[in-house]
Design a protein around this ligand. Sequence first.
Ligand code: IVH
Length: 697
Amino acid sequence: MYSKEATQQLQKQTLALLKGKEKPAVKNIEELRNVLRFHEHRYYILNEPLVSDFEYDTLYKELEKLEAENPKIITPDSPTQRVAKGLTKEFPTVQHLVPMLSLDNSYNSDDLIDFDRKAREATGLKIIEYCVEPKFDGGSLSLIYENDMLVRGATRGNGVEGDDVTSNIKQIRSLPLSAKFSDYGIQQIEVRGEVLINKKNFAKYNEQLVEQGLAPLANPRNAASGTMRIKDPAEVRKRNLEAFIYNISDYTLLPKKKTPDELQTHSGSLQMLWDLGFRSPQKEMKICKGIEAVIKFCAEYEVKRDDLGYEIDGMVIKINDIELQEKLGMTSHHPRWAIAFKFKARQATSKLLNVEFQVGRTGSITPVAKIQPVGIGGVTVSSISLFNEDVIREKDLKIGDSVLVERAGDVIPYIVKSLAELRTGKETKIAFPKNCPVCKSKLFKEEGEAAWRCINIECPAQVVERIIHFVSKDAMDIRGFGEANIRKFYELGFLKDIPGIYKLNFKKIGEMEGFGERSIEKLQEAIEKSKTQPLHRLIFGLGIRFVGETTAKTLAHEVNHLLELTKFSAEDLTNLEDIGPKVAGSVHHFFSTKQNVDMLKELESMGLQLKNPRKDHASGGNLEGLTFLFTGSLPTLKRSDAEAMVEDNGGKLVTGVSAKLSYLVVGDDAGSKLEKAKKINTVKIISEAEFLKIIGK
Ligand code: IVH
């Protein structure tokens, strides 16, 4: 898509723009857009970004600002136009230009040999050239580009008609909003592909659902196709969908143009799509001459399956020559020129022996199915989370049931369904406990939540889980302090709570079997080192409900000392970036609970870092103790320069309007932040000129 020269040129432009040497002027706003498109391609298609997220955001905001000043210059394919405002009311039904057929399936080499024989007989050829590519396991998608612009995106639906999901499709940043099809003489084109959610994002998303007491999604395929039908495009954006485009189903040429050479073969069309900025399986596919080569490639890929970032459930074998494809045509269900080769199933049947109930860090009770051990895809599965009571009811599970179990790659195994037709009548109902299985206190369920909870914060199970979370890699990162040891120390009474980590009696531990001098020394060092972890890691480590790493950073950024959070009302907290009422309520509850505050004081007395070191760093400036926020476009200063002035003078930047904000500096077109600030009488609202005066300039 971008030659080496173009890449170097665009990167040069990027750096110049970032340095502000060439402050993007309206006349070259298209240059700024091109620079942003280039970086989107580097990030979302090549996976090789050339700038940091922060640098990309800086340029993106600059574009937003320029477009806000002059809305007439906005083009529909501007990078800012992915973001849709408001909710989608409904997805209108639309007709595909060409029906979306499915593929015939094959499961072994004999099936493939058979497919090849039929194709050779029908074409009279001795050997056929195939293009073989992964069969992506997501939701299928059909896009129309007209005069180089994306005009419509639709789901498969019943194959003839689908749902118009254009505003959701635009949230997929690996799909270009415009592409130069006209360079190939094409006026209108319909392309097909698959929407995916990668394994990592899927796991992350499910963790959030579970944390919120909701049932997780069964697999990445359901997650991807389900996301396409969400009515809030902003929510769709958050799920980070990806898409592969693998087929051209229809096109119309511009007047006097003839079919480009690229479209004579399937591999050529993948190349064309790639060159136009699409993520086609250009790097994944292989051209195979004859069916033996196809069989070999499929086998090789099946081995690689688990190493991929996304799910595939087989390979698709397509005759490469488009003329031959047309000659063979279709049945009413599937093309005769292509076939899917399905990998070995990742499903197996087993028996549900028992259900155990585990208590999580935040007190949620998770039912865990114990099944007769069964091997799936090389791994023995014997224990499967059922997440919550609703899942048990929805799947109509009973002890003694035969169950269908699936395990897809690194995705955690799950029970697809119970096989009710195999019941003998001896199966028994699963009784959900009324009391905590560990501390026996009564369980509660909040309205609108699926999880039952033990609300005794001293419940031993929760305490142990909290300690495990506190020392974990993304929190305080105390290496060498594994789960098993934490449990052991807790049972032996060596460790009672989080502060206990810093009071461990190493002499006693040394007397235990299995603890050598060296391993104790190492543990001691790791614990000592954790005392200097930055504040946001400590906040995350506290395991406050709904507070993930991002929220922890927002909170850390807001204070000079962690205990300042005890002064924030729930409403103050909702004024911070990305903090909604639920998170705010939970944070407020945590910091107004005496035991928690006492614990934090104790941690500080033992040398942990509760201060925000940025504050110390900036001390001495005349803005000491003051907080600033900028909104709207400033008449003379660049936002980043103004922000640097604040920090250089010992002031602090905050991300949202709250009672903690000292000054809101207002430029042109200030929006909701100004409105919010007007309602809080302690916030001083000033102009750029007044700001410069305060700074002393
Ligand atoms: S080609 C006319 N290629 O598999 C044939 N399909 O069971 C068009 N799929 O509905 C399909 N990866 O959603 C093709 N590389 C690939 C694919 C692929 C996944 C899906 C597609 C289709 C289903 C067929």
